[in-house]
Design a binder for this molecule. Sequence first.
Ligand code: AMP
Length: 219
Amino acid sequence: MSQRLVLVVLGKQGAGKGTQCALLSERYGIPHVSTGDILRAAVKAGTPVGLEVKEVLDRGELVSDDLIMRLIEERLEQADATGGALLDGCTRTIGQAEALENLLGPEGVSLVVNIEVPTELVTERLSSRRVCQECGSIYTDTDVSAVSGTCEKCGGDVVQRADDTPEAIATRLAAYERDTRPLLDFYAERGLLVEIDGNQDVAAVSNSIHEVLVGRGLL
Ligand code: AMP
């Protein structure tokens, strides 16, 4: 890859952002940067940031733009992000999108992919989602790793996320509609937005994204 590829991946909770970013990260050799994963790791480790955000996360509300931008700035300065990054779950508000533009410059974001999936389907996916607490692998409740509670990839504990409860799911989807959906216009105005149908199988979604990147000359 000749240029720095910074891909912002948008979509409702449960649209498949994490799954797609993990696949694309492997394919392109650039890091999958998930603000949700960074925050959950901080909660688990009991750091000051973790203690500050735990309840906000559990309720399904958004943490402050300032904190998110501090985390993103630190992460993008790390050596493995020199060639780019797949930003999963950031940006999530207009404030974050403006701050990211200031941080990286007007050409800093290469493309924004919105994975669109109907609300009923994401609600179903989130309710049956299980995750590995160690490596972040995502399963559904009928997968062997979810049933056994042990991740087939790393041996870590596979659990239901604290914010995948019906109340927190409803709060998160409302936050998406209120705070994140307006970003689609923000990025469309900059000619950066691409819509991807997320109601296809995982490989098909991944290939759709890949084709767009190739078509735009970004790979
Ligand atoms: P996710 O794993 O992306 O669903 O994020 C889990 C939770 O982390 C969210 O419900 C928010 O509480 C918090 N979070 C993650 N990314 C952001 C962000 N960019 N802005 C605000 N809060 C965030």
